[in-house]
Design a protein around this ligand. Structure first.
Ligand code: NAP
Length: 252
């Protein structure tokens, strides 16, 4: 099998479920060693065993993405682990959560956590990863935004605002670091079936009925395939942003 990312080392946050889990497997199949982060260590250990059984390399570094010192430790652990000598080639800033409802109807007690994870936690990891990549003169940062981070929806208005913010951070960072050979890509999925819906508080009433006419929704692996595709392009090509929706999703 073709291994376009052979010899690279990648961090994937939110690797215990959904898009992060699928991306870690795709990266490993493409030849990259992967460092797995999320809070649920057991799920990461299971994933690491699966990757190793496929002949890949995986390291578990469980932690909370809202805690900057956990993210610092994640990067340090990765740099100590790399056989190629203290470098990190790819960081997939994926850990995130949704929140059902608009400004009036969402659970305000979750607002702080949404921004701490989706914006501040993501921003800190982007900052430390980019700082290292500028010093090593290259690397890839892939940030998970959302289609509601470009087209706001009243059904997930507060969550969508956090994805507008992280999308702006991604483009701001890209402009800062592109002269140093560092690529930044914003990946904006449409509706992907994962643990996301349950965590966000979606149910048949506020989600199922609304998406019924969209046909087949996305699987996490559909997004993972897009991420590995853009990472596999020649170094002078940076897909700055990409939106991937189910074909039948006409809104948002
Ligand atoms: N699913 C969709 O429709 C959709 C659409 C657009 C964008 N996205 C974005 O895509 C990303 C992945 O979503 P998904 O669909 O894969 O959701 P998911 O299945 O719920 O996975 C979320 C991941 O984030 C991790 N996580 C949550 N809080 C964390 C924390 N404080 N520290 C570390 N890890 C944490 C979870 O692991 P632990 O619980 O083990 O920590 C899990 O691995 C998110 O940024 C989401 O906003 C999803």
């Amino acid at each position: 099998m073709d291994k376009p990312l052979y010899g690279k080392t990648a961090i994937v946050t939110g690797a215990s479920s959904g898009i992060g889990y699928a991306t870690a497997i795709r990266l490993a199949k493409a030849g990259s060693a992967v460092v797995l982060q999320a809070r649920r260590e057991e799920k990461l250990q299971d994933l690491a065993s699966k990757i190793k059984a496929m002949g890949g390399k995986a390291l578990v570094a469980a932690g909370d993405a809202t805690n900057p010192s956990n993210s610092d430790a994640l990067l340090d652990k990765t740099l100590q682990w790399t056989e190629a000598g203290s470098k990190v080639d790819i960081v997939v800033v994926n850990a995130g959560r949704g929140l059902a409802g608009g400004v009036l109807t969402s659970d305000e007690s979750a607002w702080r956590e949404v921004f701490e994870l989706n914006v501040l936690g993501a921003g800190h990891l982007m900052r430390i990863a980019a700082s290292k990549m500028v010093a090593q003169k290259g690397g890839d940062i892939v940030v998970l935004g959302s289609n509601v981070g470009r087209n706001i929806s009243p059904f997930s208005g507060f969550y969508g605002s956090s994805k507008f913010a992280v999308g702006a951070l991604a483009e701001a960072l890209r402009r800062e670091v592109c002269p140093h050979g560092v690529r930044v890509s914003l990946v904006m999925p449409g509706i992907v079936l994962s643990e996301f819906q349950k965590t966000a508080g979606y149910n048949e009433e506020n989600f199922g009925k609304g998406v019924a006419q969209f046909g087949k929704l996305l699987e996490p692996d559909d997004i993972a395939a897009g991420i590995v595709w853009l990472l596999s392009l020649p170094g002078h090509v940076n897909v700055n942003e990409i939106m991937i929706r189910p074909t039948g999703q006409n809104y948002p």
